[in-house]
Design a protein around this ligand. Structure first.
Ligand SMILES: Cc1ncc(COP(=O)(O)O)c(C=O)c1O
Length: 381
């Protein structure tokens, strides 16, 4: 497989625009310099708009999990508890992190099934320090009801932590309007930057509750906030400087397109994938209901009968298209197509065409064309 000629259609890391890749090849600069501070400030301003927030924004060198760690570790002392609502792999990560710093009270729903907000509220007890959830559960392609759960957090005066890693910039995500105290994203998703940076927006309410000398040294949010407020803005430790160049370029690129225009593009692309799936007799995996929606950034579909995961994804890869499989208990049962960042209509059509080719070869469908036609109708509509 020639990586230069491969189309990456997984739900992160995603395709990066050449303009953003080029930005990373600039010479290094001191991370304590006014020049670096100006880049950080510029990114912060654009990120506030991207997150729909007036809250403090910090950029950490580390993947999305680093920010999840910082959020939970920062809000908990050893006797503390967090309530973590879960319907997929990444929600479970909040439980695992909570158990490291104190203890987690998991509220588990089946993977791909909607949250039941009443059960989440019922799990809140004395000693709970935060309520955490994933907005766009990448492992199953579902959007969870952040606004509704946010109201529960507010009612119980709990900081509300939301993993928006595969959501912010691709789904509607209203940090301030939904009362999200700690909102998180990762560079390799809707921002379409290479992996390695995590962004956290922290409300004053959450900041007031950050534990001094929290369990993590590196991912100490208080330290990151303190440095971000310096003039020039800084990070507590040496950041991934080339990724800051990339982030700044990618944010300007997204701003030029319009953050909202880009978000709506993801929405249209995901709708076209679902339409194609319907035309090809492929079932969408997550369950849509009162408290859930289909993701606009990743579409999870059941592997059709008559073809194995190996043949489906392996066959597509031979034709230069990389899509994701299921994780853990969903291995071999689902496959996932991403539609975030700079993903284009052409990328989606090529992906669906290749999927059809592989399905036809294995005798799962008789004729070529129904998926592409259904997708085109959405894209053209
Ligand atoms: C919703 C969600 N949360 C957390 C993560 C973990 O992020 P990272 O792999 O950047 O640490 C991912 C990565 O795919 C994700 O999609």
């Amino acid at each position: 497989m020639d990586i230069e000629d491969t189309l990456l259609m997984i739900p992160g890391p995603v395709k990066v625009a050449p303009r953003v890749l080029r930005a990373m090849s600039k010479p290094m600069m001191s991370h304590r310099s006014p020049e670096f501070g100006a880049i950080y400030e510029d990114c912060k301003t654009l990120l506030q708009e991207f997150f729909m927030t007036k809250n403090e924004v910090v950029i950490m060198s580390g993947s999305g999990t680093c920010a999840m760690d910082a959020a939970i570790g920062g809000l908990m002392d050893r006797d503390g508890k967090i309530v973590a609502a879960t319907n997929g792999k990444f929600g479970e990560r909040f439980t695992e992190i909570g158990d490291r710093y104190g203890s987690a009270i998991p509220v588990n729903f089946e993977w791909g099934m909607p949250f039941q907000p009443d059960s989440i509220e019922a799990a809140i007890e004395d000693g709970v320090k935060a309520l955490a959830m994933v907005h766009n559960e990448t492992s199953v392609g579902i959007i969870n009801p952040a606004e509704t759960v946010g109201k529960i957090a507010r009612k119980h005066d709990l900081p509300f932590v939301v993993d928006g890693i595969s959501s912010i910039g691709g789904n509607e995500f209203l940090t301030d309007a939904w009362g999200i105290d700690v909102a998180i994203t990762g560079s390799q998703k809707c921002l379409a930057v290479p992996p390695g940076l995590a962004v956290v927006a922290v409300s004053e309410r959450a900041e007031d509750r950050l534990v001094e000398g929290c369990g993590s040294y590196y991912a100490d949010l208080r330290a990151h906030i303190k440095s971000a407020r310096k003039k020039p803005a800084q990070t507590p430790y040496t950041p991934a400087v080339p990724l800051f160049y990339a982030l700044q370029e990618a944010l300007h690129m997204a701003k030029e397109e319009g953050f909202d225009v880009r978000r709506k593009r993801s929405q249209r692309l995901a709708a076209s994938v679902r339409a194609a799936a319907g035309a090809l007799g492929i079932e969408i995996f997550p369950v849509k209901g009162e408290f859930s929606e289909y993701s606009n950034t990743v579409t999870a579909m059941k592997t059709p009968s008559g073809i194995s995961d190996d043949k489906l994804r392996g066959g597509m890869k031979k034709h230069g298209i990389v899509v994701s499989g299921g994780q853990e208990r969903l291995k071999g049962k689902i496959f996932r197509i991403g539609s975030m960042g700079v993903c284009s209509e052409g990328d989606i059509l090529r992906t669906i065409q290749t999927l059809e080719m592989v399905l036809a070869k294995e005798g799962v469908i008789g004729e070529l064309g129904a998926g592409v036609e259904a997708a085109c109708k959405v894209l053209d509509g």
